[in-house]
Write a protein that binds this ligand. Structure first.
Ligand code: DMJ
Length: 456
């Protein structure tokens, strides 16, 4: 039987825990934020020096073999383009100037080589437009317009949904088996091209592609994962929010936020309701988004992963902070369960599906949006833990490496350019004064490139 004395001890303990939590929730001082910012800036400097010393002019640095590598036959200087606006935000003037000079002296899109439309759009086109808006240097815009013109032929299909690959010189296109993310993630970058060239074609193409995916949704208002852009038929009917779908949803919402596009807002609202109804699962570990068949709603796999983790931030940005909070509990569970975030795990079986960690930003991105929306310091602590894990476990002599396996911490010879564009940027923005990035004036692309709202 519980004695009165035990009860009062238990209550005391409960109150103590409550009190210490409350204290912890108010203990992240301005000084600590400054230190975090400096810590992240140092990490950024370390990785950039590695690029300059071992991969100068290449697309990316290989952080273990200490060399550079290109994605295609010729370099498109991915890392400097992706990193430029992060350097500006972090007030790293010297680094920004070096990146600018590499971009403007070496970037040339007139190359006889095939590129992946989606990746080149989010990393290069978005990076160049953002660089133009932040610096006012028209040379960035000229490069962006040149690139945009070389991407548009991919949209000349019967459905308006683009091919996955285009040759930058011959403009030949290839691979019609695409997915919502690779079809619907052009609205922001192409919308900006329309704004700066006065040519409506860019936004029209991007909007038709995204809204065609929306039109092809099932009666449950869900898209599948793979679609043939020529026939318009779904080839994989699994519906999920992560890989191959994520930024399609993100751009429907953000086209509303950036351009006040009401059609995109309507498509987002319809999608949001369907996602919450069909995919959201609440568990004792927090909430997760599952995978279901687009027509029946039957669960196909209780998989969740690093890419899915963006959805907490997405719901928060859309004003549904309650859902964002629940999902962030799940995100943090996923991060701490193996002391590092896996690419995918089964949230029902609590087992790893894909144990790699390719330096992804999404969990930190969600911390950032939640902290901005709630000012609950819990998200600062979550972010701090993630940053410590990344900077400790992924550190190499010349940069930061992806992990092959979060359980063994075995490293992989890769440092994606989005580590600069997104991971370090969201880490920094989480702790930086809010005036560093005013969310009422800017929208961040899926690669976290800053774009000015038109009503600024
Ligand atoms: C980035 O290239 C973009 O955020 C993309 O939309 C999906 N995720 C990667 C980084 O994880």
């Amino acid at each position: 039987m519980m004695t009165r004395k035990f009860f009062s001890h238990a209550s005391f303990l409960f109150l103590f825990i409550l009190f210490s939590n409350a204290l912890a929730a108010q203990s992240f001082t301005e000084e600590m934020k400054k230190q975090e910012c400096e810590y992240i800036r140092q990490a950024c400097r370390h990785a950039w020096r590695g690029y300059l010393a071992h991969a100068f002019g290449y697309d990316a640095v290989s952080p273990i073999t200490e060399t550079g590598h290109n994605w295609y036959r010729q370099s498109l200087v991915m890392t400097p383009v992706d990193a430029y606006d992060t350097f500006i935000l972090m007030d790293m003037k010297e680094e920004a100037e070096t990146a600018r000079s590499i971009i403007l002296t070496r970037l040339n899109f007139a190359q006889d080589m095939e590129v992946q439309l989606f990746e080149v759009n989010i990393r290069l086109l978005g990076g160049l437009i953002s660089a133009y808006e932040l610096s006012g240097d028209k040379a960035f815009l000229d490069l962006a317009i040149d690139l945009g013109g070389r991407l548009t032929p991919a949209f000349r299909t019967t459905t308006g949904m683009p091919y996955r690959y285009v040759n930058l010189l011959t403009l030949e296109c290839r691979d019609p088996m695409s997915n919502p993310a690779e079809i619907g993630t052009y609205l922001l970058e192409f919308g900006k091209l329309t704004q700066y060239t006065g040519d409506s074609i860019y936004y029209k193409l991007a909007k038709k592609a995204a809204l065609t995916v929306h039109k092809k949704r099932s009666p449950l208002n869900l898209p599948g994962t793979v679609i043939d852009v020529i026939t318009g038929a779904w080839d994989n009917t699994e519906s999920q929010i992560g890989a191959r779908t994520d930024s399609y949803y993100e751009y429907l919402l953000k086209s509303w936020l950036l351009f006040k596009d009401k059609d995109c807002r309507k498509a987002w609202e319809t999608s949001k309701t369907a996602i919450k109804k069909q995919l959201l699962r609440q568990t004792g570990k927090g909430s997760f988004m599952t995978r279901v068949d687009m027509s029946t709603g039957k669960e196909t796999c209780s998989c969740y992963g690093a890419l899915d983790a963006f959805c907490s931030g997405l719901f928060t940005l859309a004003g549904d902070t309650a859902t964002g909070r629940l999902l962030q509990e799940g995100n943090y569970y996923m991060w701490t369960r193996w002391n590092m975030e896996p690419e995918a795990f089964d949230f029902m079986k609590d087992s790893l599906i894909d144990p790699s960690y390719p330096l992804r930003p999404e969990n930190l991105e969600s911390c950032f949006y939640l902290y901005r929306a709630t000012h609950n310091e819990k998200y600062l602590y979550m972010g701090q833990r993630m940053i410590d894990d990344i900077l400790n476990h992924c550190y190499t002599r010349i940069g930061y490496a992806s992990l092959k396996n979060v359980a063994t911490l075995e490293k992989e010879d890769s440092m994606e350019s989005y580590f600069f564009a997104e991971t370090l940027k969201y880490a920094y923005l989480l702790f930086a004064p809010e005036k560093t990035l005013d969310l009422s004036k800017y929208v961040l692309t899926t690669e976290a490139h800053l774009l000015e709202k038109q009503n600024k």
